[in-house]
Design a protein around this ligand. Structure first.
Ligand SMILES: [Zn+2]
Length: 119
């Protein structure tokens, strides 16, 4: 099996390794170190808290579709308000559920869409 030298710690690792077993560094498909690319967990949390309803935190970690779904759900509540009582009921549920969903994401998500841990 081909090996290469880890650019971060210098230890020998398998050439196709996604993660160095010695220092924990992650690699992209072309083999370059990824720590430079690691996204900030603090930024993720702040984006979620202030712009979570816009899906900003999900866009940040590379999950734009999930973020878009959150945006559409939040916006759909506004339009549903115009159709009367059922719409109001719908909006109340969505506007409680989506923020809870976002809070949950803030608490449990520690990696971006590529599996790179946030730091
Ligand atoms: Zn290493």
């Amino acid at each position: 099996m081909d090996t290469k030298q880890c650019p971060m710690c210098g230890e020998e690792i398998i050439a196709v390794a996604k993660k160095c077993k010695h220092c924990g560094e992650y690699f992209t498909n072309d083999g370059s170190a990824l720590s430079v690319k690691a996204k900030s967990r603090l930024a993720f949390i702040l984006l979620g808290l202030f712009f979570g309803g816009l899906g900003a935190h999900n866009a940040y970690i590379g999950r734009p579709i999930r973020g878009l779904i959150q945006v559409l759900l939040m916006i759909s509540g506004v339009f549903m308000l115009f159709i009367g009582r059922i719409g109001f009921f719908y909006a109340s549920i969505v506007w409680i559920a989506v923020p809870l969903w976002i809070l949950l994401e803030i608490c449990v998500i520690t990696k971006d869409a590529d599996g790179v841990p946030l730091r």
